[in-house]
Structure formats: structure tokens, C-alpha cells
Write a protein that binds this ligand. Sequence first.
Ligand code: NDP
Length: 442
Amino acid sequence: MSDSKYADTASLNPKTTSYEFFGPLGAFSITIGVPILTYILYFTCNNDTSGGCPPPIQTLYPSLLQALADPAFWWKLWDPEAFALYYSWYTFCLLAWAVLPGDWVRGTQLRNGKYQQYKINAFSTCLLALGLSTGYILRFGVESFTFFYDHWVGFVSAALSMSLFQGILWRKLLALGGNSGNLIYDFYIGRELNPTVGFLDIKSFNELRPGMILWLLIDISMACTQATRLSGQITDSMVLVLFFQGLYILDALYNEPAVLTTMDIISDGFGFMLAVGDLLWARYLVFRPKVLGYAWSAAILAVNFLGYYIFRTSNNEKNEFRNGRNPKNLTYITTEQGSKLLTSGWWAVSRHPNYFGDLLMALAWSLPTGFDTPITYFYVVYFAVLLIHRQRRDDENCEKKYVECHSVSPTNILINALPYRYGKDWHRYQRLVPYRIIPYIY
Ligand code: NDP
């Protein structure tokens, strides 16, 4: 690649002309709505909420108004101890990234012809954090590790402050969708594609480390809180949740290089949208312990393992393929762009089989809470909406990438001028693989 081809920053960072998420108003609403929703989930379903989870609206509404008028409520949001621990945790992750050994892996090619380098040591960072936490629990007892439960809302505020801070605008190689010129929209969607400090790629760092590993420590803290309340016992439902989410987290960290071929890393900028997803989302079984029994536990295990199998094998198929390997001899079509699209294996079942597997696992994480409240199914519904929206965004991006002709040959100019871009690659692929996520359903 010659440098002159990329010298023109205006063509390298074209203006974003179409909005996603309903534009600036949608981006503003999500930026305000996500934190409010997270606080509402805490305040409507906790140890003190009597009469159901959530309580009926006629009791919830007056108690919420009363709480909002009480200064103690607002002080609860700002918890210096939780902030100190959260920011120390973030620093620990940064130090572990710098100090622990790890291979350097090259990402996919960027629009400026260059490659971003990524240090692979998220799994060892997690093992170090788990080792230190286990040592702490063994030394000081389970009751010493209930901090996350006790200071939950303060942690939410601390993670939120970090997400807002991380939404700071960067200006080098911009994400194609994050250069609209509207400050609120660009802050939300993410302006810079690969913000980097020194050798540290900020986006992939946030994608797997401070949020994901903390999620596992929070789960362990919830189990410790339950054990403190139940005289050293934890219920089978808590074991299942801990096991499922632990497996998901350790799997993601162990397969760290696979994140480099995901949409977040390849095409999305790093703004509030990714930061809040990576750092904020992550307690019900502590105050509503549930015993499941063998049969119910086995059924939930089966749902989780089916989901995990689909999720892992499909992601592996695509990741191997994108890295130039095809051990299963899967069939594919070659696009005009030169890039290849798989048309057999999991990628013939639907255009996002990995989302289907992920959704089954999300369902298995909620099932151990039983059916006493819809609140604990919030995650499945939220995740389904997220993935359907994501699939639509990805389909649109792929359509642009694999339908429009980019090389300026006379034939391509002619084809692009045609009213129907008949036979172009993404449409050809859509005809071969008609289902989006769940075969025969969607
Ligand atoms: P995908 O892993 O499906 O990646 C989409 C990209 O893959 C496309 O843009 C295209 O990129 C390439 N692609 C599409 N079809 C094919 C094909 N047939 N053959 C080869 N390549 C193809 O999506 P995501 O990056 O969104 O998700 C990655 C994983 O992360 C998923 O398992 C998802 O469930 C999970 N996830 C989890 C979240 C959570 O909060 N827990 C949130 C979001 C995602 P190109 O052609 O340019 O290579």
C-alpha cells in the first residue's frame, strides 16, 4: 500500500451521512436512559423491597418519590469507597496488561492500510485477579468479600463515570459511523476507531478486561454474600449462575484473539455505547435464594451447553476462516472485494448463528431465578433487542461493503449505475443463507 493513497484525511474520514439508533435524539435518550434503568433495577428489586420484585406500581411510585426527595438517596449514588475500589481495579488491569507477558497479535487491516497491534494477556490477568481474590477469601473468610453487594449502587456510579470519561472524543482514524459532526451522536456512537495510548489499544482493553473480569469477581462476591447469610451454604441456583457466567467469561478471555474479528473491533468506534456495554452491565439470588433440584438443574445445564456449543463452534469457524485457515473444508463464496463469506457449517444455518448460541446462554442464566419475577429476565430481553439491532446494523454494513463496487473500473461504474444491483455478493449470500439469527423463525 502506498502512503499517498491514504494521505487525504478527508477521504480517509468521510462524513457520516446516515444515522443509526434514531440519530442524536436516540443516542441522547440511550445515554440518559441506560444509567437511569440500571439505578431503577437496583431500587425496585433489592433486599428491602417487600411485596414483590418489582413491587406493585401503587407502592413503588410513592416510595420512589419519597426516596428522590431524600438527600441520603443521592449520597448513596456517590460512594467514595466504591469509587476508590473501582478506579484501583481499573489501574490494576492496566498494570497487569503492561507487566504480564503476552503475545502481540496483528488485527485486521485498517482503512489507512496500517495494522493495529494487540497484546494478548487478558486470560492471565483474570487468573491473577482470581488467585488474589481466592487468597483473600481463604485468609479473611467469605464475609470479607461481600463488598460488591454492599456497595452495589456506588459501583454502578463509578463504572458510569468511567464510561462517560471514556466517551471522550478522539480524532485520528475515525469510525465510519462516528463522523456526523453532531457532538452528542458522535460521543455515543464513538468517533475514533482505535484510540491508542502508547502501545495500549483502549477499545480491546475495555472490551475484555476491567468489565468482564470484574463481572466474575462480582458473581463471586454475590456467592460469598449468600454464603454469609445461609451459614456457609450456597444454593444450586447460585452455583449454576456462577458456573455459567464464569464459563462465558473465561472462554471469552481465553479466546482473546477471536475478539479481533468482531464488529466492535473492526468497524465500531469507541464511544459511550461500547464503554457502557463493556463497563456497566453486570444480584437477586442473594436476597431470594432458590433451590432447583437435580431435574431442573439438568435441564438448565442442557440449555446452557447447547448455547455454548453453538456460540463457540460458530465463532471458531469464522475466526479460523478470517485468519486464513479452513480445517473443516467449509464452502464459501468469494466476493468482488476479495473477501470470502462462509456458506456451510454454522454459517449456512443463519447469518448470525453465534448470536443464537449467545441468546440461549443468556436464557440459561435467568432460568435459575425461577418464574417469580420478570425482572430477572430483563437481561434476556435486553440482550435479544441488542443482538437483533446489531444484526441489522451488521447486515446494513455488509450490504454496503459487499454490494457497492469500490474499484473504479468501467464495468463497476456501469454496474453501480444500474437501478437494481442484481447479483451482487451480499444479496447472493442472503439468498444462500436466508435466516438472520434463529433458523426458520427469524
Ligand atoms: P459476528 O461475529 O457475526 O461478525 C460479523 C462480521 O463477520 C461481519 O461484519 C463480516 O465481517 C463477517 N461475516 C459475516 N458473515 C460471514 C460469513 N458467512 N463468513 C465469514 N465472515 C462473515 O458479529 P459480532 O462481532 O457482532 O459478534 C461476535 C460475538 O460477540 C458473537 O458471538 C456475539 O454473540 C458476541 N457478542 C456478545 C455481546 C455481549 O454483551 N455479551 C455483545 C455483542 C456481541 P467481514 O466480512 O468484514 O469480516
